[in-house]
Design a protein around this ligand. Structure first.
Ligand code: SF4
Length: 363
């Protein structure tokens, strides 16, 4: 056991405590538990990915009424399978289920190859944890699972740092999951692991005072069980820069232009934007009579889902525009018209008073 993380409790004690808890508080009347065939467990496991038990039950019952056997599913048109999946989301699950049923019909005489995790994992849509759940629950053979609920509980019990999707963390969790898996009562143990995470060691409010492991749980001892598991690290967003022209006239009105109908801030009104000061100068030269630049205002960052925009507001006052432009309006900050404004523009305009935009000219 040299290269595995230190378990917080001996395997036999873990199994005993968990199964005692399960006997009293676990879920014993789920529709896929009777009869517990490989086909029924498989369909339920696929439906339960990213979906709560209560949502899955009516879908499972309708699915089984229409496709009571793997053969019935394999022979059904895909449209019908997708129709019965409507509302569950993640439709790739349904397409893979259907494809896997057809492969099992052709290559495994209509049975799921549940003799080994590896054989099941050859079918589309079946990962290691789903394969383990099917085997443990339908055949009683020893196989570990590591779904989202189990990852959460094991991460907390051992106070494992790092995002569980990271290969090194996941390896550590699989080692623990294998270590704790018993040789008997596999179906109950597997269901118990799932129920424990779903109903007791819950994501936002774990019920630690009621937990049979609260004397050995390392996250509980640290006083912050919700800190685990850690979230997926956010990728650093790319950064772009823009200069926003705050052009004001003698009445303190600010020039706004409407953005193109699609794309960033589509159809909203915004300050004219430039990538460089040279481009801004060219625009002023072409469009503005007697422009007067003032000191740039402090830059600030506006964050979009896919990038960060560093905005530098550049105040310029002027007598008037050099011609008629139909793509913009003079916006009176004291009597603002009802226009949809880009968020940072709205913030900028609400912060600024007219005299700040149009200081007394020095000439
Ligand atoms: S003590 Fe709390 S955090 Fe630890 S395993 Fe139990 S419920 Fe989860």
């Amino acid at each position: 056991m040299a290269d595995i993380p230190t378990p917080c409790i001996a395997a036999d004690a873990f199994q005993r405590r968990l199964l005692n808890w399960f006997d009293q508080h676990g879920r014993h009347d789920l529709p896929w538990q009777t009869p517990r065939s490989a086909y029924r467990v498989w369909v339920s496991e696929i439906m339960l990915q990213q979906t709560q038990v209560a949502t899955v039950i009516p879908y499972f019952e309708r699915f089984m009424a229409r496709f009571p056997t793997l053969e019935a599913l394999a022979k059904a048109p895909q449209d019908e399978v997708l129709h019965l999946w409507t509302g569950l989301g993640y439709y790739a699950r349904a397409r893979n289920l259907h494809k896997a049923a057809q492969i099992a019909l052709q290559e495994h005489s209509g049975e799921l190859p549940s003799e080994s995790v590896e054989a099941l994992m050859m079918l589309p849509g079946i990962g290691r944890s789903t394969a383990g759940a099917i085997i443990a629950q339908s055949t009683g053979q020893r196989a570990a699972i590591l779904d989202g609920n189990v990852k959460r509980s094991l991460t907390r019990l051992h106070a494992i740092a790092g995002w569980p999707g990271k290969p090194a963390v996941e390896r550590e969790l699989w080692t623990l999951a294998e270590y704790y898996t018993p040789n008997t009562r596999l179906a109950d143990f597997t269901q118990a692991m799932m129920d424990f995470g779903a109903t007791l060691c819950k994501r936002s409010k774990p019920e630690c005072p009621l937990c049979p492991f609260n004397d050995v749980c390392r996250a509980y001892a640290q006083g912050e069980p919700q800190r685990y598991p850690e979230s997926k690290p956010k990728k650093a967003l790319p950064q772009r820069e823009t200069i926003m022209l705050m052009l004001s006239d003698r009445e303190g009105r600010v020039w706004l232009e409407q953005r193109p109908p699609s794309g960033l801030w589509g159809g909203l009104w915004s300050l004219p934007q430039f990538e460089t000061h040279a481009a801004l100068n060219d625009w002023l030269e072409d469009n503005v009579v007697a422009p007067e630049r003032h000191a740039a205002l402090p830059s600030f960052t506006h964050t979009f889902s896919h990038f960060r925009l560093v905005i530098t507001p550049q105040p310029v006052s002027c007598d008037r525009l050099g011609g008629i432009r139909e793509d913009g309006v003079w916006y009176d900050v004291n009597h603002p018209p009802s226009l949809g404004l880009a968020a940072p523009v709205k913030a900028l305009l609400s912060q600024l008073v007219p005299f700040a935009l149009h200081p007394t000219p020095s000439r």
